[in-house]
Design a protein around this ligand. Structure first.
Ligand code: NCD
Length: 329
């Protein structure tokens, strides 16, 4: 249905208003370092503000946020819900897989009906790349759209919460070496993180994966490619692990999970190759013993649960900035 909006051809400028402010949040591509830093700074304020005070500044009071999840999610959906509630919005979460879409209603008809219920913001997760852009293009003028993950294309709020977590632990980006490890091919998190890290002038962005799990033109995204994990991990400041996205794998791309763990699993031994103070990240859900050893996931260098907490502040920041841009006016 939205074939004309295949990734790569997605107009990133449509997410900005005429004065360059954020109106929708669909992709990191095309956004300036200044705008990304503004998101991080706003999130910092929200994180340091006690919850009681946050409730006194209900920037989204009287607004209705609708979470449209066409695909499974727990942490992303719930953190968006909490973020919108803390900003004073009314929040409804629809599990579209079990609703009218399964009765043959078109996406556009679903959107029109939800607009008729006075929706002001749609938070969209969809298995097809371009779905959030499609909705943003056809939504009513006062409605804003946030992409909560579209196919293997983009997951911009995840990238920003990852940038926030990195900045909190490591400070500035230019001196850093960051490795993203695992199923890069199917990962919207990897794509959005690569764009965000490069926009923020990160010293070196590496991807580590078997050839079968790398997009064919990945070097063009401004990364160093490693198929050997031990080489790729050497001296990095940050390791971002990814899940094997079995649900997106058409054919067998891997010998076995055990073999994958042997070659690409993050163990304590492998972690010794990184800088002494390197942090370990993962967007979740984690698969213990497949891409990451339990002792690493639960170990002192893991900031995986901090990422989840930071996700609330970052999502509040994005929603608040969209409010300030005249979106949802
Ligand atoms: C990621 C996603 O959905 O893209 N998870 C998330 O949003 N926390 C990564 C994944 O599913 O592996």
């Amino acid at each position: 249905m939205y074939k004309h909006l295949t990734p790569g051809a997605l107009p990133s400028s449509m997410q900005l208003s005429n004065d360059g402010r954020l109106r929708h949040f669909l992709t990191i591509e095309g956004l300036s370092p200044l705008l990304l830093e503004e998101i991080l700074d706003r999130a910092e304020q929200f994180l340091s503000l006690p919850e009681k005070q946050q409730k006194k500044a209900p920037l989204l009071r009287g607004k209705t946020v609708m979470n449209l999840f066409f695909e499974n999610s727990t942490r992303t959906r719930v953190t968006f819900e909490i973020a919108a509630q803390r900003l004073g919005a009314d929040v409804t979460s629809l599990d579209i897989r079990t609703s009218s879409a399964s009765k043959g209603e078109t996406l556009l008809d679903t959107i029109r009906n939800l607009e008729a219920m006075n929706a002001d913001m749609f938070v969209v997760r969809h298995e097809h790349a371009g779905a959030a852009h499609f909705i943003a293009r056809y939504a009513a003028p006062h409605v804003s759209v946030l992409n909560a993950g579209d196919g293997r294309h983009a997951h911009p709020t995840q990238a920003m919460l990852d940038m926030f977590t990195i900045r909190k632990h490591k400070g500035e980006f230019p001196p850093l070496k960051v490795a993203i490890v695992g199923d890069i091919l199917h990962s919207r998190v990897a794509r959005s993180n690569i764009h965000a890290l490069n926009t923020l002038s990160t010293g070196e962005v590496r991807v580590i994966a078997p050839k079968t799990l790398l997009p064919f033109d990945v070097e063009k995204m401004g990364v160093k490619v490693y198929t050997d994990m031990d080489e790729g991990l050497r001296d990095v400041d940050v390791v971002i692990m990814l899940r094997l996205q079995r649900e997106r794998m058409g054919s067998a791309l891997l010998p076995s999970e055990r073999e994958f763990f042997r070659l690409y699993g993050l163990t304590e031994k492998r972690l010794e190759l990184t800088k002494l103070d390197a942090i370990v990240m993962h967007p979740g859900p984690i698969n213990r013993g497949i891409e990451i050893a339990s002792s690493v996931a639960d170990g002192p260098r893991s900031v995986i649960l901090q990422q989840v907490t930071n996700g609330i502040a970052v999502r509040m920041a994005v929603m608040a900035m969209i409010m300030g841009s005249g979106g949802m006016a």
